[in-house]
Structure formats: C-alpha cells, structure tokens
Design a protein around this ligand. Structure first.
Ligand code: MG
Length: 264
C-alpha cells in the first residue's frame, strides 16, 4: 500500500509543532516522569518551557502614524519639543508639515534627554545643489545624545569618503550598502540605539551600539560606537548621562518630518 505523503507530512508537522521535533518528543516522552513513576504526556513536557510572565503591554500601531507608546518629537505642527543650539527657541522653518534647516542659524536639540531609544526620522535632501559636491551636498546629521553623529547627506551619485556618506556613523562605520534615494525624495532612518554606560569613576563600562535601517534597509548592524564624533582625530568617550537628540545645521536646507522616538 502506498503512503500518502501529505498525510505523513501532516502527522510529522503536528508532532513537530507540539514537541519541537520528532526526536526530541519521543526521547523526552520515553524518559520523563511526573514523579512517583508517573509518565508525563508530551503537552505536560511542553508546558515546562512555557513562560507566561511578563505579558507585553499592548501597543497600537496606526497606519501612517507613530506607535501609541512613542513620543512625537515633530508631527508637522511646531517645534515645541525642540530648542536652539544656544538654548533659545528653535529657529528652523516649519511649513506644510515639514521642518527645514535655517542655514547658519545653528542646530536644534530636543528639550528632553534620552538614553536607549528607537528613533524614526524622515529627511529630504535639497534639490538646489548648484556648486555643492561631496560633504557640501545636503549635509546634516542626527546626533544621538548630542555626541554620536549618524550622517545625513545627499549620497545619491555624490562621491565622498564612505565613512562620511549617508547613514555612516560619521568617521567610524561605513554603511553596509548605499540605500540613498535621489534628492527631493523623502527618506527614513530607523535607529536603534543603546547608550554607553559609565561607572562611578566616570570610566567607560560599556560602549554605545547602534543599528540603522535606511529606507527599510539594514545599513548598520549593531555596530560599536568608538566615542564622540570627531571631524579631526580619533573618537573617545567622555562620561555623560541621558542627553538630547541633536539635528545639525551644516549650511544645507535639509528638511525633516515625522520624527518620533520610543524609550527602551
Ligand atoms: Mg553631518
């Protein structure tokens, strides 16, 4: 009599689902007992590795909007969550749900401090690039804890040193690929950041780590941050606590929108 392969597969799948694997199930079931010589059923064995606490809190994920547990840092309305580099009101230009760098007015930083975060930010390179190449073309930056720069740059057909292109941890980590869209298009960074830890003597206990998706593409995979971003010289750490997110004015009219953060 011929075996029905579909039936065999279904039976195997059922055993696999309840026991993890046919081998593990049969060998465990044969040897396990519930005490006093009582044999345990497979489902009783399976229960031993079920973890029921803690129950994750429910997060709403509305289409086109931040998750319900996110802090909206810029939702198109105003810069209430931000201040200027010198501490006064943020001077960047808000129009049509978008905020744009006010060139040579300095950067802006969040009024709140952050440690470990998931950050979503969308940005758009300016289309007027006359005479601007390399690091001069659409340069801005997302500074985590005001110190560690994730480069924002128009890296579409624009040669520069790769550890300074878009989505680089500036001068520390070259992105795995170049996922940059042409200037004028909206792009996104999704950044998962683990802050550095320092001991009571201000010595580095554990460095910062960062993972970045650029337009949904993994470009930095849990890379170790080597210290504060430096334009000249080697990076190093200086002890600090939770600190703001800073957006750079690099004399280019880069725009941002839909900025939200989740504290981890
Ligand atoms: Mg920059």
């Amino acid at each position: 009599m011929m075996h029905d392969p579909t039936q065999f597969f279904s039976l195997k799948m059922l055993v696999s689902l309840t026991c993890g694997s046919v081998m593990a199930c049969s060998s465990s079931a044969e040897t396990a007992s519930g005490g006093a010589g009582e044999e345990l059923e497979p489902w009783q064995l399976a229960e031993k590795t079920e973890v029921w606490e803690p129950v994750p809190s429910k997060v709403e994920v509305p289409s086109g909007a931040p998750p319900s547990d996110a802090i909206a840092l810029f939702d198109g309305q105003d810069l209430e969550e931000w201040e200027a580099e010198d501490g006064g009101p943020a001077k960047w230009l808000v129009e049509d749900d978008v905020v744009t760098v006010a060139r040579r007015q300095g950067g802006i930083r969040t009024k709140r401090d952050f440690c470990d975060i998931q950050l979503h930010i969308e940005w758009r390179s300016p289309t007027d690039i006359k005479g601007m190449d390399g690091q001069d073309r659409g340069n801005s930056g997302v500074f985590l804890q005001e110190r560690y720069e994730i480069q924002v740059l128009d890296s579409h057909e624009n040669e520069t040193y790769p550890n300074g292109q878009a989505a680089a941890v500036y001068k520390q980590h070259i992105p795995l690929v170049n996922a940059t869209l042409p200037r004028g298009k909206w792009q996104s960074y999704d950044i998962i950041y683990t802050a550095p830890q320092f001991d009571a003597d201000s010595e580095l206990e554990s460095p910062a780590y960062v993972t970045i998706l650029h337009n949904g593409v993994l470009v930095q995979n849990h890379v170790k941050v080597q210290g504060k971003t430096e334009w000249i010289g080697e990076p190093s750490y200086e002890a600090h606590g939770c600190a703001p997110i800073f957006l750079q004015d690099h004399d280019a009219a880069v725009s941002f929108r839909n900025i939200w953060v989740r504290e981890l």
